[in-house]
Write a protein that binds this ligand. Structure first.
Ligand SMILES: [Zn+2]
Length: 98
C-alpha cells in the first residue's frame, strides 16, 4: 500500500470519527442550538410529524385523502407485480401439461 493511500485512509477515518462525535453531541443535547428532536415528515406535505405517527401523514384531510389514494395504487401495483408473472408462468405451463 502506498504512503498516499495510507494517509488518505487515516484522514477519512479521522473525519468519520469526528463527525460521529459531533453528531452525537448535538443529538444528545436538547439545549444545543443545532439540536433537532428525532422526527419524521408527512409523506405528502413534508410537515414534521411524531416519530411514531402511523399512517405517516400529518392528519390533514387533503393529505389523508392523497395518502389513501397512493396506498391504494401501491397495493394494486404490488398485486399486479405478482399476478402477471403468475399468469405468464401458467400460460407457459398449460401447453406442456395438456
Ligand atoms: Zn401533510
Amino acid at each position: 500500500m502506498g504512503r498516499m493511500e495510507e494517509r488518505l485512509k487515516k484522514a477519512i477515518a479521522d473525519t468519520a470519527k469526528t463527525t460521529k462525535k459531533v453528531v452525537k453531541q448535538i443529538s444528545e443535547n436538547p439545549k444545543n442550538p443545532k439540536y433537532i428532536a428525532r422526527h419524521r415528515h408527512c409523506v405528502i406535505c413534508h410537515t414534521p410529524i411524531p416519530l411514531d405517527a402511523d399512517p405517516a401523514h400529518c392528519g390533514d384531510q387533503p393529505c389523508s385523502d392523497k395518502h389513501a389514494r397512493q396506498e391504494k395504487s401501491r397495493k394494486r401495483l404490488n398485486l399486479m407485480l405478482y399476478l402477471f408473472p403468475a399468469i405468464a408462468i401458467m400460460l407457459f405451463l398449460f401447453p406442456i401439461l395438456t
